[in-house]
Design a protein around this ligand. Structure first.
Ligand code: AHR
Length: 517
């Protein structure tokens, strides 16, 4: 139900008063007027659906107990995939899914995850707690999941402890139509149709868990491996090189120098936004610290794109933010109960997701793909389940933030100007099609509501629809007991004399979809 401006202000006042009584250190909620210019006459680039990509690793309960419960589970499942998770993720839309790691990828040997399940090898997961990995979720199970979700598969190859031959054979096994020993083995394992896997990561974090390499060493290996990454059955591979952690230019320059002109199709950079508190126990100051990092993420993307552009002498090379999201101080008891890196998502996390997704829209011309870490139960996930035996599966606040960006997919991002460019200033992005303008505003401040006036240059917007994701408590989250505590609500946005007026409460994400002429 739309909330009137009067009700909104009344609510805000009431919340301020009660918060002040509950916590004297909490400042009063101020209000600020924000002017925004949306230039639909200035196109940035397409909002690729891949900006909303995902990542699943054999870590904690992301795969086992999260996405996969096994065919004999009492938990409702579709051939072993958790039914509720599949349904929620299909609703959200998963354009691309990266697997099997992460750090796990450089210790993964794909042949151990094919063939009869009972005969698959059992291995210690050396990166994530030393549990016994029985490989019951392997390549065929992963491709099956991608097909169920409508996601493009993205396989991360093993450079750290694998060989060029192992990667080459994996590609032939996946993509060669029929007649070779490997493609016939795939058919015998139940998949006569080739998998057509296009995206191939050549290692993961090879500056760290993927081999502790120097950039020149990795560049040498990238060249060795990528010679054998070939087209089979018409599927041209897209080779993704391991890029920097954050804005580490030493790594990127060392890599590009070492590649000697044999540039990859994509470069994978990782940027996590660390947090000083447990997910549901953030202080306002620590939240500010974490949310302010998004300004650095934006700078890093611009900078890394510029570094890459100064090298590419051939076709475009895509910049991929392959792992991103908030990484908080995870309580040991949560990990014990639900699995390694099991992290609750709060209103703060939703705002963080909104800041990230707005950045991607604003830099749509510089980015190729962005995969949040990770899809279920690990770090800033879309869904949380209560362990391998648990039947609960809830959509996190981050899931809902992502859902507020769906309307941008495949539209053209346009230039946006704001008057406050400080790290915790208003964050806005806009995109358009011939008929619609989509605007997303994020208020990262806990102590100030914003009255936003958007001037639209280039088109005339009319009244449309809007949704808001907000809760006065920035530590609020969706629990197994209260799974819909924080969900998007219909909202009212005014269009007067060509201007769009949005009341943006503290810590909120609002998306308006407006018809234009
Ligand atoms: O997403 C968790 C871990 O973070 C991944 O395995 C690794 O790539 C990164 O350091």
């Amino acid at each position: 139900m739309p909330i009137s401006r009067r009700k909104f202000l009344a609510n805000a006042t009431a919340l301020t008063a009660s918060t002040l009584i509950a916590n004297r250190a909490f400042p009063a909620v101020a209000s600020s007027a924000q002017k925004v210019l949306i230039r639909t006459d200035a196109k940035v680039g397409m909002v690729k659906p891949e900006f909303h990509g995902h990542f699943a690793e054999h870590l904690g309960s992301c795969v086992y107990g999260g996405l996969w419960v096994g065919k004999n589970s009492r938990i409702p499942n579709i051939n072993g995939y958790r039914k509720q998770a599949v349904e929620y993720l299909r609703d959200l839309g998963v354009p691309v899914l990266r697997w099997p790691g992460g750090c796990f990828a450089d210790d993964y040997h794909w042949r151990e995850g094919i063939g009869p399940v009972a005969q698959r090898s059992k291995r210690v997961n050396i990166h994530w707690g030393g549990y016994l990995e029985d490989n019951s979720f392997g390549l065929h199970e992963f491709i099956g999941l991608c097909r169920l979700l409508g996601a493009e598969p993205y396989l991360a190859g093993n450079v750290g402890s694998g060989s060029p031959k192992e990667l080459r054979d994996w590609i032939e096994y996946c993509n060669y139509p029929s007649g070779s020993t490997l493609s016939d083995e795939r058919a015998a394992n139940g998949s006569p149709e080739p998998f057509h896997v296009r995206y191939w990561g050549i290692g993961n974090e090879n500056w760290g868990c993927g081999g502790n390499m120097e950039p020149a060493e990795y560049a040498r290996l990238f060249r060795d491996f990528s010679v054998y990454v070939r087209e089979f059955g018409g599927t041209e591979p897209f080779r993704v090189a391991c890029g920097p952690s954050g804005d580490d230019t030493r790594w990127s320059r060392g890599l590009y120098d070492g590649l000697r002109g044999d540039l990859p199709d994509g470069v994978s950079m990782h940027y996590y936004t660390g947090g000083a508190d447990a997910p549901t126990k953030f202080t306002a100051a620590h939240m500010d610290e974490q949310l302010a990092i998004y300004a650095k993420v934006e700078e890093a993307l611009i900078h890394q794109r510029a570094v890459l552009d100064s090298y590419h002498r051939g076709p475009e090379v895509g910049l991929i933010l392959d792992e991103w999201g908030v990484w908080d101080q995870i309580p040991e008891e949560d990990e014990k109960k639900y699995g390694k890196l099991w992290q609750q998502s709060t209103v703060r996390s939703a705002v963080a997701a909104g800041l990230g997704l707005n950045i991607f829209n604003r830099h749509a011309d510089k980015l190729y793909m962005c995969n949040i870490a990770q899809i279920v139960n690990v770090l800033q996930s879309m869904l949380l389940t209560d362990g391998p035996e648990g039947e609960h599966c809830v959509r996190t606040t981050t899931y809902h933030a992502f859902s507020l960006f769906k309307a941008h997919r495949s539209k053209t991002a346009v230039k946006v100007e704001t008057t406050d460019s400080s790290p915790l200033g208003i964050s806005v992005s806009a995109s358009k099609s011939d008929r619609e303008l989509v605007i997303t505003c994020v208020n990262p401040r806990f102590d100030s509501d914003m009255q936003v006036e958007c001037d639209v240059r280039g088109n005339s917007p009319r009244e449309g629809t809007a949704q808001i994701l907000h809760d006065a408590d920035f530590n609020a989250y969706n629990s197994f007991e209260q799974s819909d505590r924080v969900i998007p609500k219909q909202y009212s946005v005014k269009v007067e004399g060509g201007k769009v007026r949005i009341d943006l409460p503290r810590l909120s994400v609002v998306t308006a979809t407006l018809p234009i002429s």
